[in-house]
Ligand binder design. Structure first.
Ligand SMILES: Nc1ncnc2c1ncn2[C@@H]1O[C@H](COP(=O)(O)OP(=O)(O)OP(=O)(O)O)[C@@H](O)[C@H]1O
Ligand SMILES: [Mg+2]
Length: 423
C-alpha cells in the first residue's frame, strides 16, 4: 500500500476531493438491495395478493389445472415481484411433492412478437427436447404446432407468465392469447395456465371479448401503496442497504411521502432512497438528509423527462424544437399559429412533409400532457380563445438530446434569425 501524503495535497483542489472521500463516512453497506433487480424475501403489504394467487394456483398440487389469472395494477405496485415470488414458491413445493410443474416467465416488453413468445416457450424446453427454434424465420403456425408437441410430451402443468402483456397485444394483436388460452383442448397429457400481468388498465379494451373472458377467469388487483406502506417497504431495505446511523430519521418518511404522491409507486420510492444516498456519497456527506432526497427527486424528474423527449415521435420532436427556438428568441408565450409557422419552416429544412395545423394543435396538447410544455388556453375577449405556449424544460436539455439524433442534428445549426429568413 502506498502511503497517502495527506499534507502534500492539502491546498490543491483535486487533492481536497480525494481527501473528502478518504475521510467521509461510508454511506452504503449494500447498495444492491435498492436495485430493481433485487427480490426481497418478504413482501410487506402484499399478503392478500400472495394468498389470492396461492389459492388460485394450489389445485396444481392435487393434479388439477389452475384457472388463468389476470393481474393488474399501476406501475410499481409489486405485481412482477409478487408473481415471481409465488410461482417460485409453488415450484419449490411442487418439487417436494413430485408434481411436475414448469413456470415460464416472459417479459413481453422485451419479447414483443407472437413468434418470439412462442419460440421462447419452445426453447424453454430445449434441454429436454434437444430442439431449438430460430428466433426468426419459421411460419408462426409451425412454431405453434411444435410448441404443442413439445409441451405435450409428458404429463405436467405449464404455467406461462406473460408480464407486460399489454405491450405484446398492442404490438401484435391478441391471436396468440386466443390460441394459448384454448390450448388445453388440443393437449392430451399436459395442462397450460396463463398468468397475464399489466399496468395498463385500459388494456382490456383492446382484447377480444372471448380472449378477455378466458384470460381473466380470475383477477388479482394490486392497489397503489400508501405512504405508510411504502415506509415499511423502504425500512426493510434501508437497514440492509445503509450503514447504521447514516440515514436521518426524516429521510425514509419523505421518500415514502413523495412516492405516495406519485400513485404509490414502490419503484419510485426505492429510486429516491438510492439516489439520495448516492448524492450524499458524492458530496462526501456523512449523513443522508431531507435535502438529499429533494435533490434526488429533482434528478429523477429530469431523467424521466429526458427519456420522454427521446421517445417522442419525429413530428413532436420538430414541433418541440420550434418552441425551443421561440424561447431562445424571447418570443414565448406564443400561440399555436406562431409555433406552426416555425414548425413548417423547420420541416422544410429537414425535408419532412409538415402535418396540418389542426394535427399540430393536437400534438401541442400531448406535449402539454407530458409536462414538456405548458399550453394554457386563455380567453381573448371577443377575439375568442387562444393557447399560450411556454417551455417547461431548458433549451439546452432539448439540444443535448437532439445532438445524438442524426435526423434532427441539422436543426441544431438553425438560429431564429436564420430561420426567419427561411420562412
Ligand atoms: N411489497 C413489497 N415489498 C418489498 N419490495 C417491493 C414490494 N412491492 C414492490 N417492491 C419493489 O418495488 C419495485 C417495483 O415492483 P415491481 O417491479 O414488482 O412493480 P410492478 O407492479 O411489476 O410495476 P410495473 O407495472 O411497472 O412493471 C421492485 O424493486 C420490487 O422489489
Ligand atoms: Mg412489472
Amino acid at each position: 500500500m502506498f502511503p497517502v501524503e495527506v499534507g502534500a495535497v492539502n491546498d490543491d483542489y483535486l487533492g481536497s476531493i480525494f481527501e473528502k472521500y478518504l475521510h467521509a463516512k461510508k454511506i452504503f453497506k449494500n447498495k444492491e438491495v435498492l436495485r430493481h433487480s433485487y427480490t426481497p424475501k418478504e413482501l410487506p403489504h402484499r399478503r392478500e395478493q400472495i394468498e389470492n394467487l396461492a389459492h388460485i394456483l394450489v389445485p396444481v398440487l392435487k393434479g388439477e389445472t389452475p384457472s388463468n389469472i389476470f393481474v393488474y395494477g399501476k406501475t410499481g405496485t409489486g405485481k412482477t415481484v409478487t408473481v415471481k415470488f409465488v410461482t417460485e414458491e409453488l415450484k419449490r413445493i411442487s418439487e417436494k411433492y413430485q408434481v411436475p410443474v414448469e413456470v415460464i416467465y416472459i417479459n413481453c416488453e422485451i419479447v414483443d412478437t407472437q413468434y418470439r413468445v412462442l419460440a421462447n416457450i419452445v426453447n424453454y424446453f430445449r434441454n429436454e427436447s434437444g430442439f431449438e427454434v430460430p428466433l426468426v424465420g419459421w411460419p408462426t403456425d409451425e412454431v405453434y404446432a411444435k410448441l404443442k408437441e413439445i409441451i405435450d410430451a409428458r404429463e405436467r402443468f405449464v404455467i406461462i407468465v406473460l408480464d407486460e402483456i399489454d405491450k405484446l397485444v398492442k404490438k401484435s394483436g391478441d391471436d396468440i392469447l386466443y390460441s394459448l388460452t384454448r390450448i388445453n383442448t388440443e393437449l392430451s397429457r399436459a395442462k397450460v395456465s396463463i398468468i397475464g400481468i399489466s399496468n395498463d388498465l385500459k388494456f382490456k379494451e383492446y382484447l377480444d371479448a372471448r380472449v378477455l373472458s378466458s384470460l381473466s377467469e380470475e383477477e388479482v388487483v394490486f392497489p397503489p401503496y400508501d405512504a405508510n406502506q411504502l415506509k415499511d417497504i423502504l425500512m426493510q431495505r434501508a437497514v440492509v442497504a445503509f450503514h447504521e446511523g447514516v440515514l436521518d430519521d426524516a429521510v425514509v418518511p419523505l421518500c415514502a411521502a413523495l412516492a405516495a404522491r406519485e400513485h404509490g409507486d414502490a419503484r419510485r420510492a426505492l429510486d429516491l432512497l438510492r439516489v439520495a444516498g448516492e448524492i450524499a456519497e458524492r458530496e462526501g456527506a456523512s449523513k443522508v438528509t431531507e435535502r438529499h432526497v429533494w435533490s434526488a427527486q429533482e434528478k429523477i424528474e429530469q431523467d424521466t423527462m429526458e427519456e420522454v423527449i427521446k421517445t417522442l415521435p419525429l413530428h413532436s420532436k420538430v414541433l418541440l424544437y420550434s418552441i425551443v427556438l421561440l424561447d431562445e428568441n424571447g418570443e414565448l408565450p406564443a400561440n399555436t399559429g406562431d409555433v406552426y409557422a416555425v414548425y413548417k419552416s423547420l420541416c422544410e429544412h429537414i425535408d419532412l412533409d409538415p402535418l396540418t395545423q389542426r394535427r399540430i394543435s393536437d400534438l401541442i396538447n400531448e406535449l402539454d400532457m407530458l409536462g414538456i410544455i405548458n399550453a394554457k388556453v386563455v380567453s381573448k375577449g371577443r377575439y375568442g380563445r387562444t393557447k399560450e405556449i411556454r417551455l417547461n424544460v431548458t433549451p439546452y436539455k432539448v439540444k443535448n438530446i437532439y445532438r445524438h439524433d442524426i435526423q434532427l442534428q441539422p436543426l441544431l445549426t438553425i438560429s431564429m434569425s436564420s430561420q426567419r429568413r427561411l420562412v
